[in-house]
Write a protein that binds this ligand. Structure first.
Ligand code: MF3
Ligand code: CO
Ligand code: CO
Length: 252
């Protein structure tokens, strides 16, 4: 069941989304060689709490920390850890989900750690970001969910990368993960109709190698099957009552 939101409800959601986006801006200066992923977690947790919000991942289905930190071959749902220090040349996705006044805001970015990156990693991160924006551009009232995945997949595969199938974007609102599912691969013209009042994430995970993933024994960390690297970007978006498409997870 898809919960449609009024413009007023979307405005309330936007406050949560804005805070999540501000958290990603705030944490950028801390993403440096030598920092641990637990330190990044604790800084984000404090930022979110001090703004009167809740970090949604903490205790969500047993997830033990407040953000997800996914480094290099980790596709998503990496668990912050005191023994995991970032190194020059790493890439790390920080995924922040806030709950403010009952509404979720969900956004993530992949940061480059330090300066010495392999060219393929730079190309991968650029492709992941551009593919998210192409997915967002494919959204229109009256269109279909499949339009989004088609736009993302066609672009990434042309660039020589693959698109993860096992994790998808999702409806969002009072619930963290609402209907509909938003696959990042698909067929144009297929799937549920896109309508005013819908709020959902687009969060493509793009791999250097094969799209397949596996979950480590901690029950959360998803890695690429071939251990090649993966990058992800995520925004929460809304379709307003007038049919306009708005990115909610922005700092303005
Ligand atoms: N923020 C992730 C998403 O984009 C979900 C994280 S669930 C958690 O949907 F439990 F791992 F935090
Ligand atoms: Co999400
Ligand atoms: Co997220």
């Amino acid at each position: 069941m898809i919960v449609l939101k009024s413009d007023q409800e979307i405005d309330a959601m936007k406050a949560s989304c804005r805070l999540a986006a501000q958290c990603l801006v705030m944490i950028e200066q801390h993403v440096k060689p030598g920092v641990t992923t637990l330190e990044l977690n604790d800084i984000c947790h404090e930022f979110i709490a001090s703004h009167g919000a809740i970090a949604a991942p903490l205790n969500y289905k047993g997830f033990p920390k407040s953000i997800c930190t996914s480094v290099n071959e980790v596709v998503c749902h990496g668990i912050p850890n005191a023994r995991q220090k970032l190194k020059d040349g790493d890439i790390i996705n920080v995924d922040v989900t806030t709950i403010l006044d009952g509404y979720h805001g969900d956004t993530s970015r992949t940061y480059l750690v330090g300066h010495g990156h392999k060219p393929l990693a730079l190309k991968l991160v650029k492709c992941a970001e551009e593919s998210m924006y192409r997915g967002i551009s494919a959204v229109q009232a009256g269109g279909r969910i499949g339009d989004i995945g088609a736009a993302i997949m066609e672009y990434c595969e042309r660039e020589g990368f693959s698109v993860v199938r096992e994790f998808v974007g999702h409806g969002i609102g009072k619930g963290f993960h609402e209907d509909p599912q938003v696959p990042h691969v698909g067929l144009r013209g297929k799937g549920a109709r896109l309508e005013p009042g819908m709020t959902f994430t687009i969060e493509p995970m793009i791999n250097e190698g094969h799209w397949k993933t596996k979950i480590l024994s901690d029950g959360w960390t998803a890695v690429t099957i071939d251990r090649k690297w993966s990058a992800q970007f995520e925004h929460t978006i809304a379709i307003r009552s007038d049919g306009s498409v708005e990115i909610l997870t922005v700092v303005d």
